[in-house]
Design a protein around this ligand. Structure first.
Ligand SMILES: NC(=O)c1ccc[n+]([C@@H]2O[C@H](COP(=O)([O-])OP(=O)(O)OC[C@H]3O[C@@H](n4cnc5c(N)ncnc54)[C@H](O)[C@@H]3O)[C@@H](O)[C@H]2O)c1
Length: 369
């Protein structure tokens, strides 16, 4: 079992990472919150359809459990869903002693996290992330939000959880699209911080590079927990250094500036977060090449890795101006000035301000087919 402690302004909390740790859920809840309060699970119909019975059986051994089950999908990460959660919390007569347990991917975690931050001016919050993205990224660091008027994560706040319980065992039921989604973020960690992470993933695929089902080998291998741990550790260290995303934490946005506008223009239902980030990474590499930091050989090497990991290598015909326009709504565009995370070299990220709009545009055009 691996555990990581994060110290933030308002609290310190632990992230426990272990296969089948969920069996001991109650021990961890007791350790952190005692026996007071109900456990209010916030999940969605899909994940709870798979794991709801197990989770309910485990938690109800020691706690009273209540459930709030949301519709599945990014399009439900909105104010209507928040209102639904708040009204359920009122029905349950929930108070600050109760614990919200978000059980699901980043959509559930971000939405339940914001509800926990705001209901009763802040409830206890445990994240139990069930996708790769939520295990290595969204559950850690306290960013909570919902989308509004097609702008991603525009209504939200920082609210650190009290505990994170990460069980890589859950990843075994992800479909391929969701594995690819998570691999986009893993590649980000590998390129920005530690390339060995990408080698570790490739090693799990081993000789099966041409096997149609190769991506399932990754999540079915218990060694994958070690890769999850490496990514979590990087994220935790960055959050400790820059909780409010004013400096180093920006580095985690590698590939996200253009990635977010792709999600917005192409549609959350047509391209998922990791796929959009994967294309955003290619654009950031192209920009780094045009500034003379990287060369074309570097991009070719990354594209070969994309082939093995089934990451998208281009987007199909899209309106470039629409993407550029969407960029202006990105939180990284402050007062009309842009901020890009680029690579000066492998694992040498740099924050670049006020990039020429033509360079940005060319990088997008370059990755459209
Ligand atoms: N707060 C942050 O710091 C942060 C960081 C990165 C991403 N995000 C947000 O996270 C969201 C993306 O999260 P995501 O990629 O986890 O997507 P998601 O939450 O939509 O989950 C993807 C799909 O997988 C299903 N699923 C979840 N766990 C499963 C399991 N174990 N088995 C089978 N199916 C399962 C979900 O029901 C959903 O259909 C975006 O909204 C993004 O903005 C937030």
């Amino acid at each position: 079992m691996k555990s990581i402690e994060i110290k933030t302004l308002n609290r310190k909390y632990k992230i426990y990472i272990k296969n089948n740790i969920t069996e001991s859920f109650c021990d961890y809840i007791k350790e952190n919150f005692g026996k007071n309060g109900n456990i209010i699970v916030v999940s969605n119909e899909r994940i709870y359809g798979i794991y709801g019975k197990i989770i309910k059986d485990i938690i109800s051994r020691e706690y009273k459990i209540k459930e709030i089950i949301l519709n599945d999908g990014e399009k439900y990460k909105n104010i209507d869903t928040l209102k639904y959660i708040y009204s359920k919390l009122v029905d349950f007569n929930a108070h600050r002693n109760d614990v919200i347990l978000s059980f699901g991917g980043g959509v559930v975690g971000d939405t339940a996290g914001f509800a926990a931050a705001t209901f009763g001016r802040g409830m206890n919050l445990i994240h139990c992330p069930t996708t790769i993205i939520s295990q290595i990224d969204s559950s850690i660091g306290g960013k909570t939000a919902v989308n509004f008027e097609k702008i991603k994560n525009i209504i939200g706040c920082f609210y650190q959880p009290h505990l994170i319980i990460t069980d890589p065992e859950f990843l075994k039921t992800l479909d391929e699209k969701e594995i690819i989604n998570g691999l986009g973020e893993i590649v980000k960690y590998g390129l920005v911080f530690d390339f060995q992470i990408i080698n570790d993933v490739l090693n799990l695929i081993g000789d099966f590079k041409n096997d149609e089902n190769r991506l399932f080998n990754i999540v079915n291998n218990t060694e994958f927990g070690k890769i999850i741990y490496k990514c979590v550790k990087i994220k935790a260290e960055i959050v400790e250094k820059d909780e409010f995303d004013l400096n180093e934490r920006n580095l985690l946005n590698f590939g996200h500036t253009i990635g977010h506008s792709l999600e917005k223009t192409i549609g959350f239902d047509k391209i998922n977060h990791g796929q959009a980030v994967a294309i955003g990474i290619l654009c950031a590499i192209d920009i780094s090449v045009s500034l003379g930091y990287l060369n074309e050989k570097f991009k070719k090497k990354i594209l070969d890795i994309y082939d093995i990991l089934k990451l998208p290598k281009f987007i199909t015909k899209t309106d470039v101006d629409e993407i550029l326009n969407a960029l202006k709504f990105d939180k990284k565009f402050i007062s009309g000035k842009n901020k890009f995370i680029l690579l000066e070299d492998l694992n040498k990220p740099v924050i670049y301000n006020n990039l020429d709009e033509d360079i940005i545009k060319n990088s997008i055009v370059n990755n459209i087919k």
